[in-house]
Design a protein around this ligand. Structure first.
Ligand code: NAP
Length: 359
């Protein structure tokens, strides 16, 4: 595999910092450009961050010395100097859409963490283990944009990266409907306990826009390509409540599910145990060896104990049992800024490189 030069747009943010730390020793991707807003542009990355570096590993010295570029005014320069960019910015939705399409039109593929393009019908929204085939929409998007190389691909919201991976492999039983309650970490809001002290000893029963994303995005993942668009599936039906809890990292979900053909408990455990997606088949560098881990103990999975499993890229599941109103209920967990954000985007970029969409 060739070595790709990579830029991070939104490099100073919570997700951007994750990209910088994940790219430090990446076997295929070399970090060569850091970009953010006019507030940071022109400073070294270390200066622009000030005291904002919150990753558990030290700020890579090489990155600290790099000069931060302006994501908008340096766009042409950035697009010409890298093979693709990761994008994670805090801007208005229409501004993000325009920025990402401008990079794509400058022939620079964009792998995005932002929600702006998730419902653009020819933009694939991919969890590489589940719907890798949706990359086949990219030629249609390139035609619309008038590009040869450039396109936008996105990853889905962090809230659903535990329960969608648990349910999707059970498709053979016809997943009909699911009710989920998510318990979401404060890093999902770009915060730490230092920057959000009100969250200590607190639970907030509202996360703006999150329930809609948790209910609607899965349908695009279950969707099919037809007529140059990804058509969202009509089922399973999802209903969600999303709650902010005083946890630094790791989103947990309590799930209730019904199937057309009710599987046995052993059927479900067998599917989870044996499941391998395209990421595992291709041996992508960031792919967990075992995507879905089931824990038999009644008090598992726990956020603190399992969020970092397989580099924070695996999904932990437990407490599978029959329910009185739904057929089954269980609990699942994933790391929101690794699998749910930057790690999931790096894995998606690896898939796109392995499939030849990024060359
Ligand atoms: P964040 O910590 O607030 O960082 C925002 C980044 O955007 C900073 O680098 C900031 O640069 C940059 N930015 C702001 N305005 C800009 C502009 N006008 N032009 C260029 N860059 C600009 O946000 P975050 O938590 O990393 O989230 C970033 C994106 O990822 C959001 O769309 C969020 O919804 C999504 N996301 C986050 C998570 C998560 O777990 N945190 C998970 C999935 C998706 P300056 O420092 O120069 O202002």
């Amino acid at each position: 595999m060739k070595i790709f030069n990579v830029g991070v747009v939104g490099a100073t943010g919570m997700v951007g910092q994750r990209f910088v730390s994940l790219l430090e020793n990446h076997p295929w991707f070399k970090l060569t450009v850091l970009a953010a807003s006019a507030r940071s542009a022109g400073k070294t990355y270390g200066e622009a961050l000030g005291g904002r570096w919150v990753m558990p590993t030290p700020l890579p010295p090489e990155a600290a010395r790099m000069t931060v570029l302006n994501a908008a005014t340096d766009l042409c320069k950035i697009a010409q100097s890298v093979d693709f960019v990761f994008c994670a910015v805090d801007m208005k939705k229409d501004e993000i859409k325009a920025l990402e399409e401008a990079y794509a039109k400058a022939e620079c593929p964009v792998i995005s963490n932002n929600s702006a393009h998730r419902f653009t019908p020819d933009v694939p929204m991919i969890i590489p283990e589940l719907n890798a085939a949706h990359t086949q929409i990219i030629p249609f998007q390139r035609k619309r944009l008038g590009t040869k190389r450039g396109f936008v691909a996105v990853k889905s919201n962090c809230s659903l990266q535990s329960y969608v991976p648990a349910l999707y492999p059970l498709n053979d039983f016809g997943v009909e409907r699911a009710l989920v309650c998510t318990y979401q970490a404060i890093s999902g809001a770009g915060k730490t306990f230092d920057t959000w002290p009100e969250m200590a000893d607190n639970v907030i029963p509202f996360i703006g826009g999150e329930e809609e994303k948790s209910e609607q995005e899965p349908l695009k993942i279950w969707g099919e390509i037809s007529g140059g668009k990804i058509l969202p599936a009509g089922s399973p039906r999802f209903t969600a409540q999303c709650i902010r809890v005083p946890v630094s990292n790791g989103h947990l979900a309590a799930v209730f599910a019904d199937f057309k053909n009710k599987p046995s408990r052993d059927d479900i455990l067998g599917v989870w145990q044996s499941f391998r997606g395209m990421a595992q088949e291709l041996g992508l560098p960031s792919a967990p060896k075992q995507f879905l881990h089931y824990f038999d103990e009644d008090n598992m999975p726990q956020v603190k104990l399992q969020r970092d499993l397989e580099g924070g890229m695996a999904v932990s599941i437990g407490r599978l049992r029959e329910d009185t109103q739904y057929q089954y209920k269980f609990v699942c967990l994933s790391h929101n800024t690794l699998r749910g954000a930057a790690g999931g985007a790096v894995l998606l970029a690896e898939l796109l490189a392995a499939q030849g969409y990024i060359d």
